[in-house]
Design a binder for this molecule. Structure first.
Ligand SMILES: Nc1ncnc2c1ncn2[C@@H]1O[C@H](COP(=O)(O)OP(=O)(O)OP(=O)(O)O)[C@@H](O)[C@H]1O
Ligand SMILES: [Mg+2]
Length: 246
């Protein structure tokens, strides 16, 4: 997956005069998990898209390791950042080839290990053509959860310094959800990550939760202190997170 291909998928509307984000300011230290939560349309996806440079900021800056992302090459950004969204893009090729895109030098053994960690190995082994199964356009139609787990396997092979995730899981049943959750936890371990969080387990583990509303960070902190604040986070918690057992 290259940023260039993601760019062509994203709908870029550079002419838009509408401002959607205001005074967004936060720092992720190496290894930290930053969780973004907030109502639909709040600006969460826009923030992660700015970090991956699918859009550019008009004011202010996004800095990774002291370098403004606008001064970095797409190649170096692509190397440093791994993204898994709800509709992970698969190239119209075999599963093996899709994994090779992530890391051209990968061995068969490493692939199997990544698929295992991503909780997708038994499924792939159950396919008549295994890793030679064609996916992507007109290929084997992977379910949302299967696609997400395959995308996580790719992420594990790529081993980027920064991981960006959109956890959205509305379409997953509970078994698939549990597998994706486990795969995410393995992928995030020890990495700097920015996650649009939909799971209680993620917000509870987060080093910092940013509560986004109408393009602004309206609350920030850890799960327990935000909950005690009885503000928007507490409200979201009661409607979104508390209902789910994970
Ligand atoms: N190119 C654009 N020009 C103007 N407004 C935009 C553009 N793209 C998105 N928006 C608006 O920006 C706001 C934030 O959108 P964003 O996708 O970041 O929300 P979100 O928090 O990710 O929501 P959800 O939880 O539904 O995914 C929305 O009101 C959206 O309609
Ligand atoms: Mg979104």
């Amino acid at each position: 997956m290259s940023l260039a291909s993601l760019e062509s998928v994203a709908v870029l509307d550079k002419e838009s005069a509408q401002e959607v984000l205001f005074d967004i300011n936060f720092t992720a230290k190496p290894g930290q998990l930053i969780a973004l939560v907030g109502p639909s349309g709040a600006g969460k996806s826009t923030i992660i898209q700015l970090v991956a440079r699918l859009y550019d900021v008009r004011k202010g800056s996004i800095v990774i390791n002291g370098i403004d992302v606008r001064d970095a090459t797409l190649d170096s950004l692509h190397g440093a950042i791994g993204i898994v969204t709800q509709d992970a893009h698969m190239f119209r090729d075999t599963i093996r080839a899709n994994l090779l895109y992530a890391k051209p030098t990968v061995t068969e053994e490493e692939m199997v290990e990544a698929l295992q960690s991503a909780q997708i190995l038994p499924f792939i082994q159950s396919l008549p053509q295994g890793m030679d199964t064609m996916v992507g356009e007109n290929g084997y139609r992977l379910s949302g959860g299967e696609k997400q787990r395959l995308a996580i396997a790719r992420l594990l092979l790529k081993a980027p310094d920064i991981i960006i995730l959109d956890e959205a899981t509305a379409h997953l049943d509970s078994t698939s959800e549990a597998m994706v959750q486990k795969a995410f936890q393995i992928a995030l371990k020890g990495r700097t990550s920015l996650v649009i969080a939909h799971r209680l387990s993620t917000v509870q583990r987060a080093d910092q939760i940013l509560v986004i509303d109408k393009g602004r960070i309206v609350e920030r902190g850890k799960h327990s202190s935000l909950l005690a604040n009885k503000g928007l986070y507490a409200k979201l918690y009661n409607t979104q997170f508390a209902k789910k057992s994970n």
